[in-house]
Design a protein around this ligand. Sequence first.
Ligand code: NDP
Ligand code: OXD
Length: 308
Amino acid sequence: MTILYTSEATRGAEWASVLARKAPDIPFRIWPDVGDPDEIHYLVSWIPPEGIFERIPKLEALFSIGAGVDQLDLAKVPAHVPVVRMVEPGLIAGMVDYVSMAVLAIHRDLVFYVGQQRQRVWQSKRVVLAQDRRVGVLGLGMLGEAVCERLVSLGFQTAGWSRTRRDIDGVRCFAGKEQMDAFLAGSDILVCLLPLTPATQDILDAGLFAKLPRGASLVSTGRGGHLNQDDLLAALDSEQLSCAILDVTIPEPLPAEHPLWAHPKILITPHVASKPQAETAMDALIENIRRHRAGQPMLGLVDRMRGY
Ligand code: NDP
Ligand code: OXD
């Protein structure tokens, strides 16, 4: 039951040493050291190398390095190979921290004050309390639900939207297209934590921005493909939106000349909202291999039809 890892080398070395300590019986090879291809039963990848599936015919499961799987071309993954995404508490904790930081920064007008500081301007905005601020979270899965729970504990009026109905303590839950407008109308700060699928591609566009309260703000931390960047720039310039914090863009990295970089109402971070943490990620991988060998369902199994 050998694992083949094909992604960033530094992380590979770290994961190899953590796995060797936690499960010395599971061999872990780092691409391009495939060894005997017939021994590879598990592939851990972000984007699998071209032609890999033909080279390792005994493959039993493909594990994504991260929570998202939109980077995978699922059509190339043999139909009998289950695709599993990373479901682990370290990844969740990182996202909860990031979104809390971004929502608090917007809530306390940090984007505005950073701009003022650069111009040496001393001018205050009205202080609004968290209890009077409405935050809406698009996507109530592994990450969205945990983020909502933290926002509730920070005192924000919190709402969430998902495809199927969810029930989260203290959170107003909306579901489906028919409830989207009501959800958007009550979101002063909108957080996007959806997976990227054909149904969510470009969802953050001019039509959606127009349904938010005037002066609302955006935290985009799902995927760059959710956001129509030209529509965002237009919404900021018309003051329909006040500001945006973007962790994901198209393309990544964003080219130096791209207009998003210099916009005074935008803060950008380089796709760092969260990353799998070696200790907990290896626990998750070991547990899924144990489940797979025992014929039990793996955690984070991707529904190929849904695309997430
Ligand atoms: P999950 O699959 O656990 O949850 C996805 C949520 O989105 C679910 O609530 C789902 O609804 C909802 N959803 C999916 N499609 C639709 C739709 N068409 N309409 C309405 N709701 C929809 O994903 P995670 O929470 O684990 O991760 C979300 C995304 O975050 C990842 O796919 C990845 O792109 C991104 N990410 C970004 C990181 C970063 O560093 N920036 C780090 C990690 C992840 P339902 O509950 O009904 O299924
Ligand atoms: C992920 C990511 O999907 O890092 O895990 O974006």
